[in-house]
Ligand binder design. Structure first.
Ligand SMILES: C[C@H](O)[C@H](O)[C@H]1CNC2=NC(N)=NC(=O)C2=N1
Length: 113
C-alpha cells in the first residue's frame, strides 16, 4: 500500500505549487500504473481500468466519484463498455499538484476494496 493512499487532499488554490520534476519522479514510483500525459499544455495523470462489462465499469466510476466528493478533488471519468479512463489534474493550477497523486493512489485502492 502506498503512503499516498492514506493522505488527504488539501484545498487547492491558484497559487498552489505544481509538482517539480524531481517530485514527479518520486511520486510516480508510488503509482506505477499511471501515465503522465499532456493535453492542451496541461500535465495530467491517466490510467485505463478494464472490466468485464458496462455495469462493472459504471459501478467503478461511481465509487471513484464518491472518493472525489469526499476529497473535493474531481477527475475526468470516461466510462465505456468494459473500460473506464480516469484522468487527474488540478484545474486551479492547470497542472499536477500532490493532490492528483493522492487521488490516483486512492483510485487504485478502489480496485482492491
Ligand atoms: C471549491 C472546490 O473544492 C474547488 O473548486 C475544487 C473542486 N474540485 C477540483 N478538482 C480538481 N481536479 N481540480 C481543482 O482545482 C478542483 N477544485
Amino acid at each position: 500500500m502506498s503512503n499516498l493512499e492514506n493522505a488527504r487532499c488539501e484545498a487547492c488554490h491558484a497559487d498552489a505549487p505544481q509538482v517539480s520534476d524531481e517530485e514527479l519522479k518520486e511520486l510516480m514510483r508510488e503509482i506505477p500504473d499511471w501515465t503522465p500525459v499532456t493535453k492542451d499544455n496541461v500535465m495530467m495523470l491517466q490510467r485505463e481500468f478494464k472490466f468485464k462489462n458496462f455495469k462493472q465499469a459504471l459501478a467503478f466510476t461511481n465509487r471513484v466519484g464518491d472518493l472525489a466528493e469526499e476529497e473535493k478533488h474531481h477527475p475526468e471519468l470516461v466510462t465505456e463498455w468494459g473500460k473506464v479512463t480516469v484522468t487527474w489534474w488540478t484545474h486551479a493550477i492547470n497542472g499536477l499538484h500532490k493532490n492528483d497523486f493522492i487521488m490516483a493512489a486512492k483510485t487504485d485502492s478502489v480496485l482492491d476494496a
